[in-house]
Each structure stands twice: as C-alpha cells, then as structure tokens.
Design a protein around this ligand. Sequence first.
Ligand code: C2E
Ligand code: MG
Ligand code: MG
Ligand code: MG
Length: 283
Amino acid sequence: DAKSEGRSTYRFFEPQMDQRLQARRALELDLRGALEHGEFELHFQPLVNLTSRKIICFEALVRWAHPERGLVPPSEFIPVAEEIGLIVPIGEWILRQACSEAMHWPEDISVAVNLSSIQFQRSNVVRTVSQTLLETGLPANRLELEITETVLLQESDETLTSLHALRALGVRLSMDDFGTGYSSLNYIRRFPFDKIKIDQCFVQDVATNKDSLTIVHTIVALGRSLEMTTTAEGVETQEQLTMLRAAGCAEAQGSLFGMPTPASGVAALLQKPNPVPDIRSGR
Ligand code: C2E
Ligand code: MG
Ligand code: MG
Ligand code: MG
C-alpha cells in the first residue's frame, strides 16, 4: 500500500540501503567478468534409482569461485544473472560443460542440467540444446533438463512449443522443486514432463510430519497417473528414505547418497557398489 511504499522510498536514502546497492552493483560487475575469467565450475550430485540401487544420473550444479569471496552459492548469483540477462551466456556455458563432462562417464549415466525461465524467454533454447548435443557428441537420451514452475507461469504457447521441441530432440524434461511454485495441477498435465522432482521441503520432514507424508504420496500418485517418474530431493536420513520408498518414489538425491562434488569426484562415486543404503526391514 501507499504507506509501506512511502517507507521503502524513504529507506532508499538511508546509508544502509546505499551500501546494499553498492554491494549489489559490485556483484553485478564481478559477474560480468566471471565467465571470461573462467571463474565458474560445475559440481555434480548423484541421483539414484531406488529399485536397482544404482546411480543413474548426476545433476550439474554451478559454483562461482570468486577471487576474493571464495565459492559463491548459486542462490546468491543466479537471480542477479537472471535479472541482467547474463544467465543466457552463463547457461550456455553450463550446458556445454555438463554435456562434455558426461562424455567421460559410462554410457548408462545421464546428466541433468538446470535451465532458467529467462533462457526460454530471451534465447532460442532449443537451438542451443541441439547444437550443444551435436558439438559435444552426447546422445540426447543422456540429457535431462530441469525446469521450475516459473517457466510454466508464463503459460505461453511459445514455451509449450519449446518444451515439445526439446522432447522431440530426445532429451528428458524434469519439473524441478515441484510443490513450491504457484502452478496448478492443471498446468503440469498440459506440459510434456518425464519426471517430477519433489521439493526437499516436503522430503525434510516426511518421517515426522503427516501432512508432508500425505503430500509426497499425492505427488507420487499424480506422477504415476501422468506417466511421470518421481525423484525425491534433499534426502538426508535413512528414515526419510524408508518413507519415500514405501510411498513408491522411484529415484532419490541428497546427502544420504552424496552431496555435489567436483567433476574429479564422480569416478569414485561410480565405483561404490551400492550407493543406496540398505533398509533394515525392522520385522
Ligand atoms: P536445485 O536444482 O533444486 O538443486 C538442489 C539443491 O539442493 C542444490 O543446492 C543441492 O546442493 C542441494 N541439496 C542436495 N542434496 C541436499 C541435501 O541432502 N540437503 C540439503 N540441505 N541440500 C541438498 P545448490 O547447488 O546450492 O543449488 C541451489 C539452486 O540453484 C538449484 O536448486 C537451482 O535452482 C539453482 N542452480 C544451481 N545450479 C544451477 C545452474 O547450473 N543453472 C541454473 N539455472 N540454476 C542453477
Ligand atoms: Mg535442479
Ligand atoms: Mg530441485
Ligand atoms: Mg531447489
């Protein structure tokens, strides 16, 4: 309302706000040089199949090795990169890097790459993906693209066309962080996803909170009826895993199986015979 607007306008002139603005401008400036200075790197986190107990995919997660600040998490710079449009070249670098890295892995291991909704709005994402696959030699069926509900919010025919075109290339589409956005169940039905990733906020207390457990069961049932796989994100404990398995969740990801690691750590993870811990039946 007008009153709170007035207050925030006032705050704008406070020295504290000025400092924040300056910090933000400095971050923007550093971000503009980060790509050419080679400051980005990818870490990889395993996704495991809960039936075969094997690693089936690694999700690429970007890190910014800032010369003074150290490793900057994506939550701090992705939103800024999106705002100033830099996410397009950064996203193209991430995709190429992830696909090239996956070429060193066994043929049955896929790579998952996060796409920002800005990449759909401000670039030809279909062309970027098809060119990157050609140039790196990665077969399309080894690439999964993770997209959040914000992409669907635009609700444009163009987005829908792009998603269908991506799928026609042979890549798989995952709905990331499902349950946290604003999209209705009607949306998900209309979009061609192969996989739903259950957000970690539901997974976190699935073993202690009845509502979260109900939500997980509901998402798995939804996935099943729409012929989509379900992956649980942020699985940290054996108790959570037991509940997720009982709910019929097909795949999982989280610290219980391994946190994101630099590319050099992937081989060691693949050598572990059973990344999915045993479940003691308790009966
Ligand atoms: P996301 O795609 O949902 O990625 C999962 C996040 O959960 C990652 O955080 C991962 O490190 C974290 N995580 C995984 N397992 C656990 C666990 O057991 N416990 C906890 N507490 N956390 C866990 P990260 O790497 O900081 O990434 C955060 C978000 O930043 C991502 O969420 C994604 O939305 C965005 N992001 C990361 N990399 C990229 C990228 O290359 N491109 C784009 N567009 N966005 C990215
Ligand atoms: Mg993701
Ligand atoms: Mg996620
Ligand atoms: Mg997330």
